[in-house]
Design a protein around this ligand. Sequence first.
Ligand code: ZN
Ligand code: ZN
Ligand code: ZN
Length: 376
Amino acid sequence: MAFGKRPIEQARVGSFRTQDNIRRQEKAVYEPKKRGANRFNNSFYAPVDYSTTIRLIPGAYKIPMVEERTDNGKKEYCVRNVVQEYFEMVRHYDGLTKKTLLCSAGPPGTPREKEKPCIPCLYARKHPKGRNEKGRFGWSKGYVWTVLEYGEFALVNQVDKEGYLKINERSGEPYTHWVKNLGDIEDILEVKEGHLQHWSQSREQFDEIMMAAASIECCCFSCQNKRAIRRSVIYCGNPTCQETIVDLSKVRLTDAEEEDLMSSLHHCPHCGQSTYPGEYITCNKCDNAVRASLFDADLVVRRIATTGDDAPKLRIEDFFLNPLDPSYKAKPMDLETMYQPDSIEIQERWTGLDLEDLMSDKPKPPPRTMHARNYK
Ligand SMILES: [Zn+2]
Ligand SMILES: [Zn+2]
Ligand SMILES: [Zn+2]
């Protein structure tokens, strides 16, 4: 280390006043700026009346997962972070206010005594519903992707429901946003090709994406042929071993059996190690087999209206293998910040409920109708 260049930790000596000053300055410098990172702006919805072409942009989001371990006969819970390309959270739909809140209780599977306060979770526990009753708050997992939507986008002023400009009170300027230009937009401030958005999905929509991924993974990225990739050998994942586990030219397995084998730890009797297996693939159209991934494909998506009250169903109509054009500068969004759990203050404000009320053990007085009896 060069003389005079001491790490910050060591430099933190001196009087209380000096330290206090340093702390103050640090706070000013390190306060995170959360500009524009808001889950209510710029969200993608697959259109209902037409198809649009998109590209999913993989991120590296840390998702906490609760694991149960048995240690000396005692059950232990621990949290492990799984890094994945999409973000995950728990959503509570409020049937009364029609708003969706993000759960703050902790990752699904957290033991009751370790849960952090969450107003919808506490409310649901305090007001258990009957068998065919719908409680006030729903509980569902949500999945979020960063998505690049292709096509021409126009920057326009935002207007409210009555058609008035939305004005930023601080700057006095109108709020603007990017919208897909289908040729019917007036007063365009600026145009560009392609726009990055975030796409929050239900389990149903997410499953649709996973089904598309399964089709895409049967395609060869080098020759672009669909349904061309075949798995011929599943082998030990230890790079110095690679002993054959299954030779698929001799043994026929179902797709589910193969997937199960590929995604489970395999204990190799040859080298004694437990690893995730490797695969040897061939392409029936070329000599340079490369398995395509979901993130190599442009997807053509839309939603199809359904009868009744059901939300329109997502459909992936087609896909095209393409290297992503770097000129889009498509980077994964900070979904962890945008979709962080809603604070208790926000939950209280939106639901009109009070945390202290919900935390108290006092049972609520039963509704009046329960006392009403018909004496005849
Ligand atoms: Zn909750
Ligand atoms: Zn082995
Ligand atoms: Zn090929």
